[in-house]
Ligand binder design. Structure first.
Ligand SMILES: NC(=O)c1ccc[n+]([C@@H]2O[C@H](COP(=O)([O-])OP(=O)(O)OC[C@H]3O[C@@H](n4cnc5c(N)ncnc54)[C@H](OP(=O)(O)O)[C@@H]3O)[C@@H](O)[C@H]2O)c1
Length: 505
């Protein structure tokens, strides 16, 4: 990529291209010889999770919440923590997390600062329960979850926190979450200064200079669009110009979507887009050709099912369908060729330009966008035939605890009826144990048992990635056996979706 618009030798451009895409990272020192001001950030691989927006964690200072935050950060997500007390939150979560002050019982605090650019919400809030005899500073008696201490509610009421507060958060999320059918991957229409500089480091030119040709192109971020432009030449057996993203790490997960939609304004030529699922430089790409209409904005829908697997413009037979869960890179190309030696019927050598407003995933089922940690037992108070002696304390003592489970159920209902795709997780007794046990999912609210907060935190995060977790209410406890890996898709596959517009059940 010629950042400085200075004439450069073909060798230099070749080296630049290969080093930009880190084909030969060791060549960076060669590039330094040719380039006066080499960028130091070439090595950074863009993060495919961060680019998709951020995850808001409510209750981030709590036992489950702090583990959700830690795991999200470890897994490369961009996280924002909704907290009531900044100093307390810093002492629990450290200095490197994005904190915003808010209180779910005060809807006016769930403002733009809290809700902007969110892609999902994980809500782990709870009214404060503690032993009547008092607790230690680190809430050891409450947190251990197995030994019984006579409990009481301290501070705000269950009605305010578990129902009204959750409802406020759901309502704020409903107004701010993006359309669940659509996932924005690149939106060039309103790039912040930060995004602009990030984008410059993501897209780089990849022209036929790598095969000896002389075509050249670049990718620039304009005020409200991006522009892939340049000059394509067939000299020296060349004939293509392209721009490609660096490999995303972690990859972008587009499970639950039907395809990719481009909003573009071209010059009447036929372009190609490639999606890749391998981080190798020269592997199989999944390609789609699309025609542009000169000087007109058009939407191009590219169903994943219509992508053609190719290796250097040759179609690859017996290639599996694209794995939508791990999109490593995108590439836009203008080429003289279609596939297997056929010519691009709309191709004209010379200067070209393709403006891009956005690249989004569209269609399909979508994924959960709001995960609510509720509790096993919420439907049991007052249920005919229930034997209270066998029930956990929260069920037995629901009335004394201000109707805690009854209000939790009402909070759940506000989410179920919101139209937001959700997962409602109802854990049995939460413990501080390390976890790593198999998880037993149930529906119908009949199980008793215990489960580690660590495992619930992981379940919250995994729910956001599983189409089959959408609009599910589930109870969960741990099993006997340890496990190193859970097949999340399978784990969710036996569950029933909640009836549409369901409220109390
Ligand atoms: N304990 C159990 O055995 C058990 C069993 C099943 C289900 N559950 C449920 O599992 C979930 C997580 O439990 P946990 O033990 O992790 O809870 P926790 O440690 O008590 O954490 C509660 C969190 O909610 C926050 N919060 C409370 N009121 C708020 C408000 N008005 N606005 C914003 N944040 C507020 C607290 O913030 P502050 O730090 O500011 O107080 C804290 O971060 C809860 O819904 C709980 O009811 C618990």
């Amino acid at each position: 990529m010629n950042k400085n618009n200075q004439p450069q030798s073909k060798l230099c451009r070749l080296i630049q291209t290969l080093t930009y895409f880190e084909v030969f990272p060791a060549l960076n020192w060669v590039q330094n010889i040719f380039q006066k001001n080499p960028s130091q950030d070439h090595q950074n691989q863009p993060n495919g999770r961060k680019i998709m927006g951020l995850i808001l964690v409510a209750g981030a200072t709590g036992g489950v919440g702090k583990r959700v935050v830690k795991k999200l950060l470890t897994q490369g997500y961009q996280v924002r923590c909704l907290v009531r007390d900044i100093d307390k939150a810093r002492s629990i979560l450290g200095n490197d997390v994005d904190l915003v002050v808010g209180d779910i019982t005060k809807p006016e605090t769930l403002n733009n600062l809290v809700m902007s650019n969110i892609q999902a919400v994980i809500c782990c809030t709870a009214v404060r329960v503690q032993p009547v005899e008092g607790d230690t500073a680190d809430r050891a008696k409450y947190n251990q979850g197995v030994k019984f201490y006579q409990p009481e509610i301290v501070g705000d009421t269950p009605e305010n926190v578990e129902y009204q507060g959750v409802k406020n958060l759901v309502e704020a999320a409903r107004r701010n979450l993006p359309n669940s059918d659509e996932k924005v991957i690149f939106d060039f229409t309103q790039p912040s200064a930060e995004l602009k500089s990030q984008l410059k480091n993501i897209w780089g030119a990849l022209d036929d200079v790598v095969m000896g040709g002389v075509s050249s192109s670049n990718f620039s971020i304009l005020e409200k669009t991006a522009l892939f432009a340049g000059n394509v030449s067939t000299a020296n057996s060349g004939g293509f110009a392209s721009v490609r993203t660096k490999n995303f790490d972690p990859a972008i997960n587009l499970l639950g979507h039907t395809g990719v939609r481009l909003r573009v304004k071209g010059d009447g030529q036929r372009y190609k887009i490639f999606l890749r699922t391998e981080s190798t430089w020269d592997g199989v790409g999944y390609s789609y050709s699309f025609d542009t209409v000169a000087n007109n904005w058009i939407d191009v829908n590219i169903p994943f099912a219509n992508l053609t697997p190719v290796f250097r413009a040759k179609t690859v037979k017996d290639c599996p369908e694209i794995d939508k869960s791990k999109i490593c890179s995108f590439q836009l190309m203008l080429s003289k060729f279609e596939y297997d030696g056929a010519l691009n019927p709309k191709f004209a050598p010379g200067s070209f330009g393709l403006e891009i407003e956005s690249i989004k995933a569209y269609g399909g089922e979508g994924l959960p966008q709001f995960v609510l940690v509720s509790s096993a037992g919420v439907t049991r108070p007052g249920r005919p035939g229930i034997n209270l002696d066998e029930e956990p304390p929260a069920v037995r003592l629901n009335d004394q605890l201000g109707g805690i489970l009854t209000w939790k159920l009402r909070g759940e209902d506000s989410l179920r009826s919101s139209g937001i795709p959700y997962t409602i997780i109802r854990p049995c007794a939460l413990t501080e144990e390390e976890g790593g046990k198999e998880l037993i999912f149930e529906q119908g609210d009949n199980i008793r048992g215990k489960v580690s907060r660590n495992d619930i935190a992981e379940l919250c995060i995994q729910s956001l990635t599983q189409p089959k977790a959408k609009n599910i209410t589930l109870e969960v406890k741990q099993g006997e056996n340890n496990t190193n890996s859970i097949n999340w898709e399978q784990q969710f596959s036996n569950l029933q979706r909640d009836p549409v517009n369901s409220s109390i059940f």
